[in-house]
Design a protein around this ligand. Structure first.
Ligand code: ADP
Ligand code: MG
Length: 397
């Protein structure tokens, strides 16, 4: 189990604490249109200020590519942050310049400030030591609460963490604990669900998981590639025929690691990829040449449910079918609801992530009952691929 400090380990009273958050929120008419990311950083900020810290917030916003782009200012985000905290957030009109220095120098204990977009400096994405040092001069401690940017070695996520005593914020801590519980030191048996469109985008996910879990339940379009590799006719289904060798290799490698690859036994087929397209359930040996598999069938759903019931830990990335169009959301809904039910009953630790996965689990009405759903996107994917996340490694230092 990797170790990292949390804000509990820092004696922050009267100290300046630089907090790296992910405040890259969607904007409409000059205001955040969805404040989820802002709201999720509130506990960290509140707990630090209650303990008498001066909190200085850092974030990127958009991709200004090292230029000052006025439309990408964090000023409206600072205002929204103030609303979420019920306390004004002072705003510095630069990141390491005169305004930043003056705003920080003027802070009292318990105050909150936000510096301008770190990506207005090209040095940010270059992980530049000088830029990180200039940031470090504005604080006594560093807290990273931005797991979603931890896969990038940038000055405010990596170099800065090495220049000051560093710790994880509550959001980062929750994410690391949830992920650690799922793949670091999990309770066995561990199942992974890997679904989605293509095998080619999930090769590293499959390779890493097959070393860590007891079974990988394959769903979605990528199941067709595995079925094809096993000699089944998949008709018009989405299928990467040129990945058949890779699919067979994954199965062989998994078997060598003691990991079972679980494939569908029946599927729902239709002639077109469209909502309410005429469809039927067929066994995997009976997919008609002019039809495509768009979801798993009822026998597979029952099999998946039975397997989940026998597991203690679940990691989920990718839907079981074309969940965006009814009725091909059925398999994903049923499996997600089963996992949610088992989690709620205290029988399963369930962690999920991925852009479409987050949407699919919300669509299934199952999201609230999962143990943890990561909205970190790219960082979650790199974690599930077994990669070292520089922003996390710097905290473990
Ligand atoms: P995530 O974003 O969670 O990593 P993916 O992007 O890998 O997930 O996969 C999601 C996509 O896979 C969805 O757009 C879904 O429609 C598609 N998909 C799932 N099953 C099938 C299928 N049987 N045929 C075609 N597309 C599918
Ligand atoms: Mg996707």
């Amino acid at each position: 189990m990797s170790t990292f400090k949390t804000i509990d380990d820092l004696d922050v009273a009267g100290k300046r604490v630089l907090v790296r958050a992910d405040l890259n929120v969607p904007m409409a008419d000059g205001k955040p249109s969805d404040t989820t990311r802002i709201d999720r950083t509130v506990p960290t900020i509140q707990q630090l200020t209650e303990r008498g810290a001066k909190v200085i917030m850092l974030s990127h916003f958009g991709r200004p590519k090292g230029q000052v782009v006025p439309e990408m200012t964090l000023k409206p985000v600072a205002e929204a942050m103030g609303l979420a905290l019920g306390k004004p957030v002072k705003f510095a009109t630069d990141t390491i310049g005169d305004s930043a220095k003056a705003v920080v120098a003027d802070m009292s204990d318990g105050d909150i400030a936000m510096l301008e977009n770190v990506r207005f400096h090209a040095e940010e994405t270059e992980n530049d030591e000088g830029f990180a040092s200039a940031l470090a001069q504005l604080g006594d401690f560093y807290v990273n609460d931005a797991f979603s940017t931890a896969h990038r070695a940038h000055a405010s996520t990596e170099a800065l963490a090495r220049k000051l005593p560093a710790a994880a914020g509550r959001l980062m801590q929750a994410e690391l604990e949830a992920l650690g519980g799922a793949l670091g030191t999990p309770q066995k048996p561990v199942a992974a669900v890997v679904g989605g469109a293509k095998v080619s985008t999930k090769m590293e996910v499959l390779g890493n998981l097959s070393k860590k879990v007891d079974m990988i339940i394959i769903g979605g379009g990528m199941a067709n590639t595995f079925l094809f590799a096993n000699g089944h006719n998949v008709g018009n289904s989405l299928c990467e025929k040129d990945m058949a060798d890779e699919a067979r290799q994954i199965v062989a490698d998994a078997a060598a690691n003691g990991c079972e690859i679980v494939l569908p036994i029946d599927v729902v087929v239709a002639k077109e990829f469209a909502a309410n397209a005429e469809n039927k359930v067929v066994g995997i040996d009976d997919i008609p040449a002019d039809m495509m598999a768009l979801d798993i069938g009822p026998a597979t759903i029952a099999d998946v449910e039975k397997r989940l019931e026998a597991c203690k830990t679940l990691v989920w990335n990718g839907p079981f079918g074309a969940f965006e169009i009814e009725p091909f959301d059925k398999g994903t809904n049923a499996a997600a609801q089963a996992a949610a039910r088992l989690t709620k009953a205290g029988k399963l630790l369930s962690v999920a992530g991925g852009g479409d996965t987050v949407a699919a689990l919300a669509h299934a009405g199952a999201a609230d009952d999962f143990s943890y759903i990561s909205t970190a996107g790219g960082a979650f994917l790199e974690w599930i691929e077994g990669k070292v996340l520089p922003g996390v490694a710097a905290l473990e230092g």
